[in-house]
Structures are given as structure tokens and as C-alpha cells.
Write a protein that binds this ligand. Structure first.
Ligand SMILES: Nc1ncnc2c1ncn2[C@@H]1O[C@H](COP(=O)(O)OP(=O)(O)O)[C@@H](O)[C@H]1O
Ligand SMILES: CC(=O)OP(=O)(O)O
Ligand SMILES: [Mg+2]
Length: 401
């Protein structure tokens, strides 16, 4: 069965065509910088006759245009991998916010779409783009089953003590104000990999997903029991452009003393803060360059970023009353050795001791980077949200057949 996976972000669409259950990636790529001057499409096909790689820079005004272009690549007589969109049997969509309604993967109906739309205000950077991806895919892959895999679903096992907030009960009961948690597809995928790798499911794990958005999850016996993100994907860790945890007094000060509107506060905390606010750059590779040139702001930003992660490791270890393994994943977690080093420094009280040489010289696949005295396993595990989405879709359709 061919499953097309779409991870539709605010300015990009990541995609993969995967043959299931073989888990064979037929093609993958990305449409980036949608709506900006120079958009870019990357396409990589893995064919028996050899791999084909194409990149094109052109104006792509909308997600709809971007996905249509991807469909043209997929069906191109020379470099394509299918002859007709009808050969795609299912389209799996990453949907960031599923609220309390969706604890599992869903076949998309008009009711599911209405709920995704209702949740726009809670994930304004993500759900509208996810929704658009669904509408366009319904047109292009009109005969395929459309399936939503929610970032929030994996966290629905959290107990009330982790997800409730200390505000009057009616705000939860009538309005669903609570913590939900995100990046669930990634946390689930890497924690399953870790449990397979370590040969046990009775483990206390902390998964640290560090991409553009960053979050951590406490995972006990394979179930998420707490996470650093909340009602929306804003709080917790310091991220590329998001501040993460912030004192509520700051918001009142911005509004009452500095004259900010609430939209301006939202924009400031979501899009202009985090590493961007501290250094002028949101990408760790740029910040590293400045760090090497002796930029003290870059040093402080790195220190703050790692310190916040340490705090959550301490908190989650206390909540689980123990810790067997820490997983680093996401673009930063997988590639940025300095972040991993700063996070694990001076953590021997909690049983965390890194092998600095292993941390510097990573191989491919799952890597252990603790030293021989460490009680806690330190793992670097490449995430694969697309494969996890394909697995979830395949599982759902198998039940349905
Ligand atoms: N070699 C690298 N060294 C340090 N950081 C990196 C490297 N490669 C990627 N990154 C970081 O990973 C981030 C992207 O992570 P990714 O998980 O792909 O993000 P997302 O899926 O949230 O868009 C980049 O913004 C950059 O900060
Ligand atoms: C939920 C979230 O923050 O997603 P991303 O990291 O893709 O922005
Ligand atoms: Mg991501």
C-alpha cells in the first residue's frame, strides 16, 4: 500500500511517499519558503534504476500550488514514481492540535475537519496550514483515504495532575483549558525505538525533541505522563523563535506599561523570541558560527537553552521517581553536540554522565553516548515523524479493512 505523508507547516510542506508495510521510502522532499520571493522544491526519488534528486527555485504562492507541484513531480513520466495520483491509497496528515477529542489517529470526515478548524486559535502557526494541506490533498488524491495523525494524541495518557491548571474548574470543564502537549508523533517514535534498543518497556524515559519547536516528554512504560508544552505549542523549552516558559507578569507589563496589543504580545512571544530574540538568529548553525567568533550573546543563549532543558530533566525525574534513559532528537538534538554536552554537564547526581568522545563522533542510527559509569542511558535517535504517520495510517486501515 502506498501512503503519502504530508507534514504541512506554516511556510513549508514536508512530504514522503512510503510503501507499507515494507516501510520503504519511494520518494521524499520538501517545499520551502512558500509565499516568499524565492520558494524552493526539493524532490528525491529512490528508484530501482538509481536515485534521482531535483531542486527547483521558483515562486510558489500557496500551499495549494506547492502540493500541486509535488503531485506533478510524483507523476512525471521521466522522474516520477507513480503514473497516476490514484495509485496513492492513503494520505497521512500531521495535524498538530487534536484537543481532547482525538486520542488516536482518525479517518478524516467533515466532523473531524470541523474540529481541526475549531482548534485554530490554540495552534495558530500549525492547524491552519494542516487544514489547508487536507483540503488540497482531498482534491489531488481524490480517491485516497485521508487520515489525520495528531501531535497531541500520544499525550492523552497524561494524568490530570500533569495536565490540569490551577484556575477555576469551569475553564477546563466548559472551555477545555488544560495542557495538551505536542510533538507526540516524534516522542512516540523515538521512545519506541529506545525501548526496542534497550530491550525493555518497563523504563522511565525522557524524550527531548529539539527542532524549530522544542518539547520534552516524560515517558513511563511507553506512556506519556507529562510534557513541557501546554495548551498550545508555546511554553516549556526555549525554541527557535518561541520564548517557552515565561512569567505571566511580563505579559501584563507589555500590555499595561508598554502599550502592546495582545496580538503584538502573541507575535513577540511566538515569532520574535527564543533563540532569535536572544541572538538575532533562529537556526543553531548560525548561532554556532557566532559563538565560535566569541559572541557573548550566542554563549548566553546556548546556556539559557540548555539550562531550561536541565530543569525539565530534574522535574521529570522527580515525577517518575527515577530515570533510565534520555533521548535527544530533532534537528538540534541529533546534530548539535554542544547542546547535548551543555545539557548533560554536572548531572552526575541524577546518574547522567556523558562520554564526550562518543558525543563528538556520532555514527548513524541509534547511538549511545553515556560513559561506563552512567546509570542513565543517553541516546541520540533520529526521529522519523513521516514513518510513524505512515505506520499509524496503515494500522488504522488494517483495522478498517
Ligand atoms: N548540523 C546542525 N547543527 C546544529 N543544528 C542543526 C544542524 N542541522 C539542523 N540543525 C537545527 O535543526 C533545526 C531544524 O530542526 P527540525 O527538527 O528539522 O525542525 P522542524 O521540523 O521543527 O522544522 C534548525 O533550525 C537548526 O537549528
Ligand atoms: C508543535 C510544534 O511546535 O511543531 P514544530 O516543531 O513543527 O513547529
Ligand atoms: Mg518538526
Amino acid at each position: 500500500m502506498k501512503i503519502f505523508v504530508i507534514n504541512s507547516g506554516s511556510s513549508s510542506i514536508k512530504y514522503q511517499l512510503i510503501q507499507m508495510p515494507e516501510e520503504q521510502v519511494i520518494c521524499s522532499g520538501m517545499v520551502d519558503r512558500i509565499g516568499l520571493d524565492e520558494s524552493r522544491i526539493d524532490y528525491r526519488a529512490f528508484l530501482p534504476k538509481g536515485n534521482i534528486v531535483r531542486s527547483e527555485t521558483k515562486v510558489i504562492n500557496s500551499h495549494s500550488e506547492g502540493l500541486r507541484l509535488v503531485a506533478e513531480y510524483l507523476t512525471d513520466p521521466e522522474i516520477g514514481v507513480i503514473s497516476d495520483p490514484k495509485q496513492v491509497e492513503a494520505v497521512g496528515h500531521r495535524v498538530v492540535h487534536g484537543g481532547e477529542k482525538f486520542a488516536s489517529t482518525q479517518l478524516i470526515s467533515s466532523a473531524v475537519k470541523a474540529k481541526i478548524k475549531e482548534l485554530f486559535p490554540l495552534a495558530p502557526l500549525h492547524n491552519p496550514a494542516n487544514f489547508l494541506g487536507i483540503e488540497v490533498a482531498e482534491e489531488i488524491f481524490s480517491e485516497a483515504k485521508q487520515i489525520a495523525v495528531f501531535d497531541t494524541a500520544f499525550h492523552q495518557t497524561q494524568p490530570p495532575v500533569a495536565f490540569r491548571m490551577a484556575i477555576p474548574n469551569e475553564f477546563y470543564e466548559k472551555h477545555g483549558i488544560r495542557a495538551y502537549g505536542f510533538h507526540g508523533t516524534s516522542h512516540k517514535y523515538v521512545s519506541e525505538c529506545a525501548m526496542d534498543h534497550l530491550g525493555s518497556r518497563s523504563l522511565k524515559l525522557i524524550s527531548i525533541h529539539l527542532g524549530n519547536g522544542c518539547s520534552m516528554a516524560a515517558i513511563q512504560n511507553g506512556k506519556s505522563i507529562d510534557t513541557s508544552m501546554g495548551m498550545g505549542p508555546m511554553n516549556g523549552l526555549i525554541m527557535g523563535t518561541r520564548a517557552g516558559d515565561i512569567d505571566q507578569a511580563v505579559i501584563f507589563y507589555l500590555v499595561n506599561q508598554l502599550g502592546y496589543s495582545l496580538d503584538e504580545v502573541n507575535n513577540l512571544l511566538n515569532k520574535k523570541s527564543g533563540m532569535l530574540g536572544l541572538t538575532g538568529f533562529s537556526d543553531m548553525r548560525d548561532i554556532q558560527k557566532h559563538l565560535q567568533e566569541g559572541d557573548s550573546r550566542a554563549q548566553l543563549a546556548y546556556d539559557l537553552y540548555a539550562y531550561r532543558i536541565k530543569k525539565y530533566i530534574g522535574a521529570f525525574t522527580a515525577c517518575m521517581n527515577g530515570l533510565d534513559g534520555v533521548i535527544f532528537t530533532g534537528g538540534v538534538g541529533e546534530n548539535d553536540r554542544l547542546t547535548r554536552k551543555l545539557v548533560c554537564e554536572n548531572m552526575d547526581y541524577l546518574g547522567i554522565q556523558m562520554d564526550l568522545t562518543k558525543n563528538e563522533n556520532l555514527g548513524r542510527g541509534i547511538q549511545e553516548i553515556q560513559n561506563s559509569d552512567s546509570k542513565v542511558k543517553l541516546l541520540v535517535i533520529p526521529t522519523n515523524e513521516e514513518l510513524e504517520i505512515a505506520k499509524q495510517c496503515f494500522g488504522l486501515l488494517k483495522i478498517d479493512l
